[in-house]
Design a protein. Structure first.
Length: 495
């Protein structure tokens, strides 16, 4: 299929749609921009509306006999060495749920790294899957979690032989990666599938100096967000499948159960174009991104008070297996400020938005879309930040507990706690109660508290001090965390 990678079925079908001058008496109601608000047209441009057509009965006929989407998915599967690929316009938050539901059902156990994204927890709540949590590798010095090791999953399988499979997040939002080859072997010795939430890894197949791609490592299903590190539009996600442990029709029906019946052709076009771009020029453009990231790393490391985390910090025994160098994590602890304060300063005074921030770090992602101008703006802004840091108003410190205190006991199934009787209690009275909601610093979107976990004083102090320092907590019912939603007292097995 090598020669076919110069083709882009979705983009070509859109071109043909406009060439033929089709007139639709069907959604979308803006009718190719004609009915859109003039102010919206001025801001977005008509190209957005011109690309917004029905997927079937528009881009393709009502029976999809042109197989436009099917051909685009087949080309994507070919370029990343998968047996099957499925596009979704609902983000990897949908894709990872579809993957989970393809492996385990209600009340069935699934091994999951506890550093999973909140979308994984949402999948547990919706499906009633029983989580068997596998502890991440915790770096006490840097107060950071890395993916669990294969040995961690081995022990979890030994303790829970009925587990239906395993799910790991790799790369993490911090760019650290699991040993996927060894983890796939752990799963396959037991005839169990490995699911990789590789939302941050859509670019990995396209350059040999990047960490190993999940399909090449032997994973059964992997989920990628093309909008994160690729050229897709927001919500553009794909999930890939190989092997015979998960039937493709099962994965497709689970995705259909969750997905939209009105998918965005604009997002499909972005996915299709990304595949063609990477098939034809992937190694070249990713090589350029790697070179720019290396220069950024070197330049930031030279700034007083800043340290760029590299392999020596993040990889090794008891830590991560590999590191994506395009995720540049900058420790600003030496400046005497938090990552939250640094991110706010960069946005307010230098018009720079960062990938993530936490109590001591900034994360910036360098992609193939960056150039000398954008990286130059970043370096100038960081230089200014280093000079301004001593004059910034101090903020309260974040009380980060160690791994033993950070980990909460799961005493009820997430689904049961989330949907069961609940009440709101003052945060200072919540210790010892069972959470009925997620509480998630975002980004990176890894829940500190899950429904069904028993709250403790150290975790509550962490969240409340983080809130006061600028931590974003978008998902609890009270975003100010004055109150916390917990299971009703009569539903608490300890009462």
């Amino acid at each position: 299929m090598k020669d076919d990678h110069a083709r882009a079925p979705v983009l070509e079908a859109l071109t043909e749609y406009h060439r033929k001058g089709r007139t639709a008496f069907s959604p979308p109601g803006h009718k190719q921009a004609r009915g859109a608000d003039p102010a919206v047209r001025e801001v977005l441009g008509d190209a957005v509306f011109l690309g917004d057509v029905l997927a079937s009965g528009g881009l393709d006929d009502r029976l999809t006999r042109g197989q436009v989407l099917q051909r685009a998915e087949e080309l994507m599967a070919d370029v990343v060495h998968a047996d099957h690929t499925f596009f979704t316009t609902c983000g990897s938050s949908l894709s990872v749920k579809a993957a989970m539901l393809s492996v385990a059902g209600p009340h069935e156990p699934l091994l999951i790294g506890r550093d999973a994204h909140k979308s994984v927890v949402s999948g547990l709540i919706l499906a009633g899957i029983e989580p068997v949590w596998v502890e991440p590798s915790w770096d006490t010095e840097r107060q950071l979690a890395h993916p669990p090791s294969p040995d961690d999953f081995e022990r979890a399988f030994d303790a829970h032989p009925g587990a239906k499979g395993a799910l790991v997040t790799s790369p993490t939002p911090y760019g650290t990666c699991a040993d996927l080859r060894a983890l796939a072997e752990v799963c396959h010795r037991r005839g169990r599938p490995l699911v990789v939430d590789e939302a941050w890894g859509a670019h990995l197949p396209f350059h040999p100096d990047l960490p190993t791609w999940a399909m090449d490592a032997g994973a059964d299903i992997c989920v990628t967000s093309v909008h994160k590190m690729g050229s897709g539009l927001e919500q553009g996600s794909v999930f890939h499948l190989q092997g015979d442990l998960v039937p493709p029709q099962v994965l497709k029906t689970r995705a259909d159960l969750l997905g939209s019946t009105s998918p965005s052709v604009l997002i499909y076009a972005g996915l299709d174009g990304w595949r063609r771009q990477m098939a034809l020029r992937g190694k070249e453009v990713m090589g350029g991104a790697l070179e720019r990231a290396a220069r950024v790393r070197e330049s930031v490391e030279a700034l007083d008070g800043m340290h760029v985390n590299g392999r020596d910090d993040f990889c090794g025994p008891g830590l991560a297996h590999d590191l994506d160098p395009l995720i540049v994590m900058i420790d600003v602890d030496g400046l005497g400020i938090s990552g939250y304060r640094a991110a706010d300063w960069l946005r307010q005074y230098r018009e720079i938005d960062v990938h993530l921030s936490d109590h001591r770090r900034l994360g910036v992602q360098i992609t193939h879309g960056d150039d000398e101008e954008t990286t130059g703006e970043l370096l100038a802004a960081l230089t200014d930040l280093a000079g301004a840091a001593s004059g910034l108003r101090p903020v309260p410190g974040v009380e980060v507990p160690g791994p033993g205190q950070l980990r909460l006991e799961q005493v009820r199934m997430p689904r049961d706690a989330f949907f069961g009787p609940a009440e709101d209690v003052p945060a200072e009275e919540a210790a010892g109660r069972i959470a009925a909601e997620m509480i998630t610093p975002y980004p990176p979107g890894i829940p500190v508290v899950l429904p069904g976990e028993r709250l403790t004083e150290p975790v509550l102090r962490y969240l409340l001090s983080g809130r006061d320092a600028g931590m974003n907590l978008p998902d609890p019912s009270d975003p100010h965390l004055a109150t916390i939603r917990v299971t009703a007292a009569e539903a608490d097995p300890a009462e």
